[in-house]
Each structure stands twice: as structure tokens, then as C-alpha cells.
Design a binder for this molecule. Structure first.
Ligand SMILES: [Zn+2]
Length: 675
């Protein structure tokens, strides 16, 4: 999974005592999904599928092997227990996880509606399966309780949990379900497979920090886990969060014209994000560790699906835990919310290494999303094809770019070989072949496609005005677009009408026709994120950008785990270059609790920091990291902390307010489909 605990802070720079804000002081990408509001009534939404969309979706039904029902057998295999209905709530009653909202309309016996790509519908039908499953004697999975699976391995005295899901509440619900089946046993170990938020955030739902400190629970993670868990998504967090709201369709209703899931799973739970630092860090392939009688052999896979990730072989179960390196979908080489491009070549090499090292020893394969696989031959076949999926995307894209094709062209040209094309676990439910190919281009070649016309092109609004003028004006374009809409040429309409809307954002007709085109593209999309992106775009064209206050969703664990350097890096990004023009400020900061001191300087419209303190600073502040964290978390303002004496300022008393006045607060609700 690619979401990350994303920390945004608006309060650090706040010099106003009132902490009123249009967006939260801390905003976690995962938990921003907490404001997925049920829309109804007055909100304009959803036209039916057109004939062109029906035909496109029917073609999918004919092209793919829908009579192959093995995945449905696998998804239901070993079911031990499940509640009749599944809604997980916080203590205060807030809903964390509502499987019912999906389950009521995505039943196994329901054929795909006209408005959903049948392949995505099939994926959604698999994702709504839920309960406690026996994977092998001693290995159990709770699925459908979270975006991620929560896996319980039976040790001599208790459980070792492989990935604890996205929220304390869902993890606890999973543990409760396991305890109902087997009686209450202690959790003696937790393994974080990688640094993404849906794999560690549930930890405090199953263990306490005290038990970890007391040595009763071991927490095992790959090398680099903490650094990446905390850092990924901080610097560009606001933009990533906003785009994640598109990608995960958090505002979309859950129905046949709305969200049917995210491909990797249904959606993100809206619960409490927690984090406990690992007690054991694993760095080498082949390294072994035995916890409570369970032997684990590690395969490190850094720089694949996540920067810090590892697979685990469990000899006594002949079981291979694939983390998120293989799933039952084509994963993202580049996620649509924005991220650094992943290395598909590296990814393929590590899957190949899995086959080499453990292929002849595996009887069952499981991972943190989707269902397991059984049988050595079928697992090896699966692993080879997963490997070749990522290898093909890489090699073919690079082959074509070396022939001079651009990312846009490669995306259009690339086609999987038949042996991979018909593979259900290789379909683009989460990533897509189209955008992954462009990601490979981006990794090697960057944003510039080599054509001089694209080096210094006009920005969107200026270009749009000229396009509209050259194309004979808005009405002429709309007339042509209506005709093309009737022919089902939605992709082109999306391009042409983007210019109309950017040239004239008040064009109601233009926006509505563009929304209709997006909607049909969404209905045809096989990828859950693509569907959500189009449908959210249509929604915002019709209703405007949602004008709602994002509830503050702080994750104190993440904030407190952030080193000062990371906060200063983010502060540098928030510096307003115009306000900082010509300013020269030097501030010393002493953290008394962590014994660290820094000097922050603003000059040349840039913020730098160093641990080397200067003697002639404009001011010196002495405080604890805890105090800074309280401010970050919105628990207090800087003024309050100065007044209470928690922050002591020496030197020029105006220097700090001046400094704090230089920073931007990023607005979450920036426009996307309009200028
Ligand atoms: Zn994940």
C-alpha cells in the first residue's frame, strides 16, 4: 500500500492565539479518509452508463477468463468465523470501518452493473470477502477488516502478528475475532513488513507500549523502517493528501455509480493511527530469528513496493510471506496521489530471488493484501508471472523509450503478452499498465519529452485561452464535443473540454459535459484509483471543491517520532519566498530534553539549519522537543508556551514573531479540475 502517514502542520507558524483553521494542524493522508461523507439529496451526481460504456464493459466481459473461479475458491478457503455484519466503531461511536456499505451491493451473485468495469467488479467482489481464515495449521488471517490483512501466527505461548493494519480499532477487532475462535492468547510479537501506514498503524490495538518496553513483545521491522515510515509524505504531504482524496474516492458515495473499492482492498479505515518503534531491526537476507518457537528467515527487499520492506520464509509452515511485493493486482510503479517513482526492475529481481531461494520449499504463499495461494507449482507459476509483470513493464517501456517514444506514446503502445494479459493477479486494479509505463519513462527520462515545443509551453490557463480561440470559440468546441460524446470519444473530450473550462471556469455547460465524459471514463476504468479519480473530478466540476472543515486527525505517535531535522526540512518548504525577500534572521534553538541545539537561518529566501550554534544569533529559544510536539499537535500555541515559560526566548524578542510570520500554511482544498 502506498499511503503514508503524512504530517502537515499549520500551527507551527501560527502567531494568532486562536487556532481556527480551515484545515487541520496535522493531517494524515490515511486518516484524511475519515471525512468520506455520505452525499445525498442536493448534490449533483451520477449519470447512467452510456451505450458506448456498456459496449466497452461488455468487451471486457468477453476478453477475460471470467469462468476461472479459482480466486473465489481461494478467497473463501479456510473460513473459520465471521460476524453477520461488520461495522467497526471508535469508543465514541464514530465509524472506523463500514464493510456493510460495500457488501450490500457488491454481492458475489450480483453481475457487474453497466456503470462498473466487470474486471474491477470482480476484484471488488473478492475484496468484500471477510472473516477469520485458516491459511495453514497455525497461520490465520483476518481479511476484510481493514485495507490490509492482519495475519496471526501461532507461537508456543501466544501470537505473532504479521502487519497490524491501518488503525488501532481494526487491529483490535481482528484480535478479538481471533480470540473468539481460539481463546485469548497474548501477542508476543509484531512484525511490520514495510514502512507504509496500513501495515503498522494498528499496533496499539493489539499491544501496549509498556509491554513492548518490558520485553514481553518484540516488534520486528526491516532496516530503515522508522526513517521511511515517518518521512515519506511529509515534505509534499499537502498535495499528496489532496490527490489521495481523488485516488481513494473518499467523497464518493458507495454504490454502482460511486466507489466500489480501491483495488488493493476496499478503502482506508478511519481509525486511530499508532506507532511503536521496533525492538528488532532486520538488515540481511538469510538472517533468521525465532520468536516464541516460530522461526523466520528474512529476505530483504529494499526499494521495491516500499523503500524499507522484507519478505519472510517460515520453515515450519513451508510458508512464504511476500509482504506487499506480490499481491493479486498489478501494483503501482508510481501512485496517482504522487510519490517518488519505484524501481520495477529492482522489484522483479527481488521476486526472482524469492523463487531462487525458497521456490522449492513453499507450500503456501501469503501477503498483506488479497488472498493466499496454495501448492508449490501454482505458487511458483504465480511468482514467475508477478516477477515478469514488473520486468515486462520495465523492459518494454525502456525498449520503447530507446526507440524515441515518449511516455505518452509508450502508455498507448504497451500491451502485455497474452500469458500475462489474462492473468487475474496481474490486472491493473491498483496500478495500471498505462500509468506504470509512464512512470518508467519518468524514472529514466524525467518530465521533459524531448520535444522543444514542450520545453517552455504556455501554462494551462494561457494555453487554454489560445486553444479555445484557435478552435473557433467555446460554443464551437461544445458543439463538436457533444457530437463526440455521442460517439463515445470521452478521452478526447476530456482533453478538449479541459481547455474550455480552464479558459472559462464559469462555463456551466463546459463543466457539465466534461463531468459527463469523466464519469463514463470512470465507469469504464479497470483500476479502482482511476475510477475514483474520474468520478471525483466529475463531482467537483458539478459541485465545486468540497467546502468542509477537515477534522483534525493528529497522530501524536508520528509527530513525537519525527526528529527536529525533519520538521526543519518541512519548515524550509513552507517558507514564503516573497515574504523572506531581503530578510536575514538567525535563531538558536536548544532542546533541553534531547540535548540538541540548532541554529536556523533565513537568508536568500532560504531556511537553513545546522547543529553548529552561532554566538551572535538574533534570539535564542530554549524548550523541550515535547513542547515543540505539543505545538505541532495543536495542543498549545507558541505564545501560550512562551507565557507559561515552556519556551524561553533570549535576545531580540521580535525575532521570533518575525521569523514565524514568514511561513505559508498550505490549503488542502486547492483546485484540480478547474484553474
Ligand atoms: Zn499496503
Amino acid at each position: 500500500m502506498t499511503l503514508q502517514g503524512t504530517v502537515l502542520t499549520s500551527s507551527f507558524s501560527s502567531t494568532k492565539s486562536a487556532m481556527s483553521r480551515k484545515y487541520p494542524s496535522l493531517l494524515l493522508t490515511a486518516s484524511l479518509l475519515a471525512f468520506g461523507l455520505p452525499f445525498s439529496g442536493s448534490v449533483a451526481f451520477a449519470a447512467p452508463a452510456t451505450e458506448a460504456t456498456k459496449a466497452a464493459n461488455k468487451a471486457v466481459l468477453e476478453a477475460l477468463p471470467f469462468n476461472d473461479r479459482q480466486d473465489f475458491e481461494d478467497a473463501q478457503r479456510g473460513l473459520l468465523r465471521k460476524p453477520e455484519t461488520l461495522i467497526i466503531k471508535k469508543d465514541n461511536g464514530d465509524i472506523v470501518w463500514d464493510l456493510e456499505s460495500y457488501k450490500t451491493f457488491i454481492a458475489i451473485e450480483n453481475p457487474a452493473p453497466d456503470s462498473v468495469n466487470p474486471s474491477l467488479w470482480r476484484n471488488a467482489q473478492l475484496n468484500v470477502q471477510y472473516g477469520l481464515y485458516e491459511v495453514a495449521d497455525g497461520i490465520y488471517q483476518v481479511r476484510g477488516y481493514d485495507l490490509a490483512n492482519i495475519t496471526f501466527i501461532r507461537g508456543d505461548t501466544g501470537w505473532i502478528i504479521f502487519d497490524v493494519g491501518s488503525a488501532a480499532e481494526t487491529a483490535k477487532a481482528a484480535y478479538d475475532l481471533v480470540s473468539e475462535q481460539f481463546g485469548k492468547l497474548p501477542v508476543v510479537g509484531v512484525m511490520y513488513s514495510h514502512s507504509h501506514v496500513d501495515h503498522y498503524s494498528g499496533v496499539k490495538g493489539v499491544v501496549t507500549e509498556e509491554d513492548v518496553k518490558a520485553g514481553k513483545v518484540r516488534i520486528i521491522a526491516p532496516d530503515g523502517f522508522m526513517e521511511h515510515a515517518i518521512s515519506e509524505g511529509v515534505i509534499a504531504g499537502n498535495a499528496m493528501s489532496r490527490r489521495a482524496s481523488y485516488m481513494y474516492g473518499v467523497f464518493l458515495p458507495r454504490n454502482e455509480e460511486g466507489s466500489v473499492g480501491a483495488g488493493l482492498g476496499l478503502t482506508n479505515p478511519l481509525g486511530t493511527i499508532t506507532l511503536i518503534a521496533p525492538t528488532d531491526t532486520i538488515a540481511e537476507t538469510g538472517q533468521t530469528l525465532t520468536v516464541d518457537g516460530v522461526e523466520m528467515v528474512f529476505q530483504m527487499t529494499p526499494g521495491t513496493e516500499a523503500p524499507a520492506e522484507m519478505n519472510i520464509y517460515l520453515p515450519q509452515f513451508k510458508a512464504m510471506w511476500m509482504a506487499e511485493n506480490t499481491t493479486n493486482t498489478m501494483h503501482n510503479i508510481l501512485t496517482l496521489r504522487g510519490a517518488q517513482v519505484r524501481d520495477s526492475l529492482n522489484w522483479a529481481k527481488y521476486i526472482n530471488q524469492t523463487i531462487d531461494l525458497y521456490g522449492d520449499k513453499i507450500e503456501v504463499k501469503l501477503q498483506s493484501h488479497h488472498t493466499p495461494k496454495w501448492g508449490q507449482d501454482s505458487i511458483n507459476d504465480y511468482l514467475k508471472r508477478q516477477r515478469d509483470l514488473y520486468k515486462f513493464i520495465h523492459d518494454r517501456s525502456v525498449n520503447l523509450l530507446n526507440k524515441g517514444y515518449t511516455g505518452e506514446e509508450i502508455s498507448e503502445m504497451i500491451k502485455l503478452p497474452a500469458s500475462l494479459e489474462s492473468l487475474w493477479s496481474g490486472r491493473g486494479y491498483y496500478g495500471s499498465l498505462r500509468h506504470n509505463a509512464r512512470a518508467v519513462y519518468q524514472r529514466y527520462m524525467g518530465w521533459y519529452d524531448g520535444n522543444p515545443s514542450d520545453l517552455d509551453n504556455l501554462p494551462p490557463v494561457d494555453a487554454a485561452k489560445k486553444y479555445v480561440e484557435y478552435m473557433g470559440g467555446e460554443n464551437a468546441i461544445l458543439e463538436k464535443a457533444r457530437a463526440d460524446f455521442d460517439k463515445g470519444e470521452y478521452r478526447w473530450i476530456a482533453t478538449a473540454l479541459k481547455h474550455v473550462v480552464f479558459a472559462n471556469p464559469d462555463s456551466k455547460t463546459g463543466k457539465e459535459l466534461l463531468a459527463k465524459a469523466y464519469e463514463q471514463l470512470g465507469y469504464q476504468a479497470e483500476s479502482g484509483p482511476w475510477r475514483s479519480v474520474y468520478l471525483q473530478g466529475a463531482f467537483e466540476l458539478r459541485n465545486g471543491v468540497p467546502n468542509i472543515t477537515v477534522p483534525s486527525s493528529a497522530s501524536p505517535d508520528t509527530i513525537r517520532a519525527m526528529p527536529p531535522e525533519m520538521l526543519f526540512d518541512f519548515l524550509g518548504v513552507r517558507l514564503n519566498a516573497e515574504k523572506a525577500e531581503g530578510k536575514n534572521l538567525t535563531l538558536n534553538i536548544n532542546f533541553t530534553d534531547i540535548g540538541k541545539s540548532y541554529t536556523l537561518t533565513v537568508e536568500n529566501s532560504v531556511l537553513n539549519y545546522t547543529e553548529k550554534q552561532v554566538a551572535d544569533a538574533d534570539a535564542t529559544a530554549t524548550l523541550t522537543k515535547d513542547t515543540l510536539d505539543d505545538i505541532q499537535l495543536g495542543a498549545a500555541t507558541i505564545e501560550q508556551k512562551v507565557q507559561s515559560g515552556d519556551i524561553k526566548v533570549e535576545g531580540n524578542q521580535d525575532a521570533f514573531p518575525q521569523f514565524l510570520g514568514l511561513f505559508d500554511n498550505f490549503d488542502f482544498w486547492f483546485n484540480i479540475v478547474t484553474p
